[in-house]
Design a protein around this ligand. Structure first.
Ligand SMILES: Nc1ncnc2c1ncn2[C@@H]1O[C@H](COP(=O)(O)OP(=O)(O)OP(=O)(O)O)[C@@H](O)[C@H]1O
Ligand SMILES: O=C(O)C1=C[C@@H](O)[C@@H](O)[C@H](O)C1
Ligand SMILES: [Mg+2]
Length: 171
């Protein structure tokens, strides 16, 4: 695979929890020679706590503020950036990511996502009181679509295949 086009040095991955942003992001970074940033890890390091504990302690609205602060500061040069699923609630963050390069939506069907998330029950999801995963999915899908420059199917193939599909779809 040739090196990434220099005019598109930062590739941001967005999508629901379980879509594969972190898994696919590392593979894409290895294949393109770009750096890799997982913004969830940047949040954890800044707060000195794991995501689920942060969400449990401060609640959903405050978590989103923390996430926005980190995403407005995190370096975006020459990197694949795997975001948290709730990043699309900040228009300022999404504009920043889009200015840095293509934003890729990892689209997946609800059943597949629920299966993946159920296998990892300690994963945090910043959701409103009483919201099911399906409610969050319905609320967010239009936002992911709104901000995506590229949409790839993150359900059918392996994580390697999804990374390949992203690479092929880059302008
Ligand atoms: N294409 C794929 N096929 C099968 N399993 C996958 C695929 N992509 C990711 N997975 C699996 O799904 C789970 C979630 O993946 P991952 O942590 O990368 O998702 P994420 O989008 O980063 O989620 P979060 O928003 O919670 O950080 C992991 O167990 C991972 O191995
Ligand atoms: O989609 C979400 O609501 C989240 C996903 C995780 O990656 C974390 O960013 C956090 O736990 C919130
Ligand atoms: Mg992740």
């Amino acid at each position: 695979m040739p090196p990434i086009d220099r005019s598109h040095r930062t590739i941001s991955l967005i999508g629901m929890p379980g879509a594969g942003k972190s898994t696919v992001g590392v593979i894409l970074a290895k294949r393109t020679g770009l750096a890799f940033t997982d913004t969830d890890l940047a949040i954890q390091v800044r707060e000195g706590e794991i995501l689920q504990d942060i969400v449990d302690r401060v609640g959903n609205p405050r978590f989103r503020e923390i996430e926005e602060t980190v995403l407005l500061e995190v370096p975006l040069d020459d990197a694949v950036v795997s975001t948290g699923g709730s990043v699309i609630y900040s228009d300022a963050v999404m504009q920043r990511l889009r200015t840095a390069g293509p934003v890729v939506f990892l689209e997946a069907d609800l059943a597949t996502l629920e299966e993946r998330v159920a296998a990892n029950p300690l994963r945090g999801i910043a959701r409103g009181e009483g919201q099911s995963y399906a409610d969050v999915y319905a609320e967010r899908c239009p936002l992911y679509q709104r901000y995506a420059d590229i949409t790839v199917d993150a359900t059918a193939g392996s994580a390697d295949a999804v990374a390949d599909a992203i690479f092929r779809a880059l302008p």
